[in-house]
Design a protein around this ligand. Structure first.
Ligand code: FAD
Length: 403
């Protein structure tokens, strides 16, 4: 598979586009694919060179897998190397419980997002990476998108519609004052890395294949998941104060692991994980009250985000992309401004109940005492654990999906 740009900046600037999609994460790639399949002339822009890693646990829920299968990307999980898990071990204050969860595939985001870019290109979308985009003026029936690419410098593209799928940074929206964003005061920051770990050590330390582990401390929580052989995904949500206190991101993770009582893991993190390629995100929890205006439609993390670890982020991004593209495929039939109002309404309805569960889980993870109490309760009442697992992610029947 090759993911280099399929178009030059000059050709992109000289063409006319029905839709320009900004950001090649799950929301952007899937929107681009679905719109290209609907016959639209689509350009997908991405600021990084591709493929790229991203701060993420890499857990793709069964709902995401089912959606991709339903949309003809079947079976993605057979083409990509990945791990699987169906149990969650929750750890706080030296106590732990292992609860069942709906199955997830664990895959590196470099691999997964590259697969989706290829699916968009195969469907007919053009792809231009290493190109940072900012949405500019609306002129008559089109929008200007100001782009910057390292070799060609600055250039402009025009498109009838723009999909902003640029994740938590949503830097493409910086000039659009009618799409304001509200970041939660107490928002954590995401950090993570993929660690090349010794398989035998992981087994000895208790992280058998099939288990996702979540360690909770006062200033954040750390998720650990095994994908393919020797690859450990470390993804954490941490209080900004803890980042200021520690000298390096592996030490931040070690701090939380120590507090949760995971001393062996904390030692490993402090000593051997310092060589890994750590990266961070902007503040995680934010919300846009208005997600569409004047030919610009916002989707995925860019439109709003509730902290991670219900394994829902990728699914939400894909499903909202599917919802948006089915709306934009018929955009020509809407009168002025109607498609924007419709997206506002559909997006709000889609996320309303889903974010409530995620907020509940986040609240639990923000309070180690409450987590400890829940661990004791779950150990005493295993049936409650099954109910919690169902609340978090639903449960597929065997014929609904195969991961
Ligand atoms: C610590 C952590 C762990 C997580 N773990 C999981 C998990 O296990 N399972 C799960 O389902 N979800 C998880 N998530 C959530 C998940 O990563 C996101 O919800 C998902 O990636 C959202 O997809 P997206 O397409 O909206 O944005 P992204 O995946 O962030 O993609 C946005 C893209 O836009 C590009 N971009 C940004 N600005 C510009 C610009 N101006 N011009 C051009 N391109 C631009 C970026 O480079 C990026 O490629 C986790 C998140 C965090 C922070």
């Amino acid at each position: 598979m090759k993911n280099a740009s399929t178009i030059t900046p000059a050709a992109a600037a000289g063409s006319s586009w029905d839709v320009v999609v900004i950001g090649a994460g799950p929301a952007g790639t899937f929107s681009a694919r679905q719109l290209a399949l609907a016959g639209k002339r689509v350009l997908l822009l991405e600021k990084s060179s591709f493929p790229r890693e991203k701060v993420c646990g890499g857990c793709v829920s069964w709902k995401a897998t089912r959606l991709l299968q339903q949309q003809g990307l079947e079976p993605w999980s057979e083409q990509l190397k990945h791990g699987t898990a169906d149990r969650l071990r929750l750890i706080a204050g030296g106590q732990s419980t292992c609860i069942p969860m709906a199955p997830v595939s664990i895959v590196s985001r470099a691999t997964f997002d590259e697969y989706l870019v290829n699916a968009a290109v195969t469907a007919g979308a053009a792809f231009l990476c290493q190109t940072s985009a900012v949405i500019g003026e609306r002129q008559a029936a089109s929008r200007t998108i100001e782009c910057r690419e390292p070799q060609h410098g600055s250039f402009e593209i025009a498109s009838k519609l723009v999909v902003a799928a640029d994740g938590l940074s949503h830097s493409s929206l910086s000039r659009l004052h009618n799409l304001p964003d509200k970041v939660a005061d107490v928002s954590h920051i995401g950090i993570g890395a993929i660690i090349h770990e010794d398989e035998a050590w992981l087994n000895e330390a208790g992280l058998a294949p099939g288990i996702v582990q979540m360690a909770v401390g006062r200033q954040g929580y750390v998720g650990l998941a095994r994908s393919t052989a020797g690859q450990l995904h470390v993804a954490a949500a941490v209080a900004p104060a803890l980042l200021a206190q520690e000298s390096a991101l592996n030490a931040v993770v070690a701090n939380i692991l120590t507090e949760s009582g995971q001393l062996t893991w904390a030692e490993r993190s402090r000593v051997t994980w310092c060589a890994a390629n750590w990266s961070g995100t902007p503040r995680l929890s934010h919300r846009m009250h208005c997600v569409a205006a004047d030919g610009v439609f916002v989707v995925g993390d860019s439109a709003g985000y509730v902290e991670p670890f219900t394994g829902e982020g990728i699914y939400w991004a894909l499903q909202s992309a599917a919802n948006l593209s089915s709306l934009l495929a018929t955009a020509g039939t809407w009168s002025n401004g109607q498609a924007e109002l419709e997206w506002q309404e559909r997006h709000r309805k889609f996320l309303r109940t889903k974010t409530k569960t995620a907020r509940l889980v986040t609240t639990l993870l923000r309070m180690p005492r409450l987590t400890r109490w829940s661990i004791r309760a779950l150990n005493a009442m295993p049936r409650a654990a099954v109910l919690l697992a169902w609340l978090m992610n639903g449960c597929p029947s065997a014929d609904q999906v195969s991961i």
